[in-house]
Design a protein around this ligand. Structure first.
Ligand code: ATP
Ligand code: MG
Length: 539
């Protein structure tokens, strides 16, 4: 058996050693009310990953007990995103598959005197629940006979009452220090169509009651969830013990993944989509898995990040820079190199007349990746920022009378800058050193600057998109998301790119520019930033 690497695995090891379980079954339990985000990747890493490690199984469990917010569109998106991350579920299960059994168990609780129908309104229930320091008050309906509660419960099911008119409550302890045990509501009336059961039900079980039953019916051994459910565990256990589940699933909580500069709440992400702040759930700035995929973030890098971030019980916030560093490491090792110029400036080499091919490493980090030929010519584009008429100190790029190497090609010298009526440079006229070709340089001229370029004859137009984080840095702890929105997070440039990039969709390191995804949209080459080139994160 592999060694335990976190506290969950230690608990599982103990359960296996004590013979409490013989094989491991987990479940990943999304509610289909939105798209999955990177926080869910962490939950998948824990649920699928733990099952995988122990040779066990993990189900995809749709927690669809809340019909008003759930949609089939989300179910489809969730499936797609899990598969993209590379996880395989054993069974696809819905809480709604079990609605009949969950209902039967409720009748059993009523007959055993463990649940009662309550006529208090939701507001009254809330008002009589007590506080952390004061006990709650018992409902006047608490001592109804089981027969009366059963009759009313069946009438609730039959649609005799309006939403909120009655509910079913577990009979536990109104004086419990844990408020979740103060006769919690376990069924509510809700006249709403369900995405799978349609109009069949007008009463729906509450999550805290349904979840332990669904876990048990799937033979879940370890129900792994986030820390906000820790206070609900006594209720989870109460349901299992009261209904006599054996073996009873064991709930273990771990810390959520929180990240700086990322909104990680489906509710808020939905708002961004609905208000048009972003282009959709799969906008490349979104922390959804669909957005990260559109951004060009490799699934492997996401899993690697979840693994490195670790599984703990301590709440913390992960620097977005750390995630980006993991992505950068992956792309540095895997992404081929290419050239594009984001803000092009024309450079004409007066004494060059030919046309020839120069060699570029496909990826110097990958042994055996080989080289690729790029056509060099008399006119090229370089970045506007790689030429200066008035260079600051220590400027090693091109200046009038100065030298620079055009990457993997020749050394050139700037002779003259052509300017428009506003003084903007429109073209730089150069000469080149014929004996300075990279790899065969006998010119004896030492240059400090190397700049990238594209051949003006063969290059293609591209739309280059750069992104900033959707959330600006927080000014103070706990500042609301909405006050941190970066309204100006997408920047579009008219770029020139190597023709090679068109028709070769994929992820590239655009040399000296960043990591970009290339693809076509309406016949146009799009270069969309995945992550910047510079590592501004201190590991
Ligand atoms: P949100 O708050 O974004 O709506 P949720 O918890 O309501 O998320 P669910 O669909 O219920 O979303 O989540 C499915 C599982 O993923 C749950 O077990 C939940 O605990 C877990 N999960 C959600 N967000 C995170 C996160 N940031 N880190 C780790 N696990 C998470
Ligand atoms: Mg939830």
């Amino acid at each position: 058996m592999a060694e335990a690497t976190n506290f969950i695995e230690q608990i599982i090891d103990e359960d296996l050693a004590a013979g409490r379980v013989t094989s491991i079954q987990t479940r990943f339990p999304p509610e289909p009310n939105g798209y999955l985000h990177i926080g869910h990747a962490k939950s998948m890493f824990v649920n699928f990953g733990t099952a995988e490690k122990y040779g066990g199984k993990c189900n995809l469990f749709f927690d669809d007990t809340n019909p008003s917010k759930e949609k089939t569109e989300y179910v489809d998106a969730i499936r797609r995103d899990i598969l993209w991350l590379g996880y395989k579920w054993e069974k696809e299960v819905y809480a709604s598959d079990f609605f009949d059994v969950i209902y039967e168990y409720a009748e059993k609780l009523i007959l055993d005197g463990k649940a009662f129908v309550c006529d208090l309104s939701p507001e009254e229930i809330k008002a009589t629940r007590g506080t952390l320091t004061e006990p709650g008050q018992e409902s006047p309906y608490r001592n109804r006979t089981p027969e009366e509660s059963l009759k009313l419960f069946r009438e609730m099911k039959a649609g005799k009452y309006a939403d909120g008119e009655k509910c079913l409550r577990a009979k536990i302890d109104m004086a419990s220090p844990n408020i979740n045990l103060r006769d919690p509501v376990i069924y509510r009336i809700l006249h709403a169509a369900h995405h799978r059961t349609g109009e069949k039900w007008c009463i729906y079980p509450m999550y805290d009651y349904a979840h332990p039953i669904c876990d048990y019916l799937q033979s879940v051994t370890h129900s792994l969830c986030t820390l906000e459910f820790e206070d609900h565990r006594p209720l989870y256990d109460w349901v299992g013990i009261t209904l006599g589940f054996s073996p009873k699933p064991r709930q273990i909580e771990f810390a959520r993944l929180n990240m700086t500069n990322l909104v990680m709440s489906k509710r808020y992400l939905k708002k961004l989509v609905e208000e048009g702040t972003v282009h959709g759930w799969d906008d490349p700035r979104m922390p959804t898995l669909a957005g990260l995929r559109a951004r060009g973030i490799p699934a492997e890098a996401i899993k690697d990040f979840c693994e490195r971030a670790g599984v703990t019980k301590a709440q913390s916030e992960c620097e977005i820079g750390y995630f980006e560093a993991v992505v950068r490491d992956y792309l540095n090792a895997h992404a081929p190199r290419a050239m594009a110029v984001a803000d092009p400036l024309k450079l004409t080499i007066l004494n060059y007349t030919g046309e020839e091919e120069v060699d570029f490493d496909v990826n110097p980090m990958q042994e055996g990746a080989g080289t690729r030929k790029v056509t060099f010519g008399r006119t090229v584009y370089i970045e506007r920022s790689d030429f200066s008429l008035d260079p600051p100190p220590k400027y090693h790029r091109l200046r009038l009378g100065g030298y620079v190497r055009l990457k993997n090609a020749y050394i050139v010298r700037a002779e003259e800058a052509i300017q428009d009526e506003n003084g903007n440079v429109t073209e730089v006229l150069c000469t080149f050193l014929p004996d300075s070709r990279s790899g065969h340089d006998t010119s004896g001229v030492k240059v400090k600057g190397v700049v990238h370029w594209v051949n003006a004859e063969t290059c293609v137009d591209a739309e280059l998109r750069r992104y900033d984080h959707l959330l600006r840095d927080a000014d103070y702890a706990g500042q609301d998301f909405s006050e941190r929105m970066n309204e100006d997070s997408e920047h579009i440039f008219s770029a020139k790119a190597e023709p090679y990039l068109k028709g070769h969709d994929g992820s590239y390191q655009l040399m000296r520019t960043g990591y970009f995804r290339s693809f076509e949209e309406n016949g146009k080459l799009i270069l969309s930033e995945i992550v910047s080139l510079k590592d501004n994160f201190n590991k």
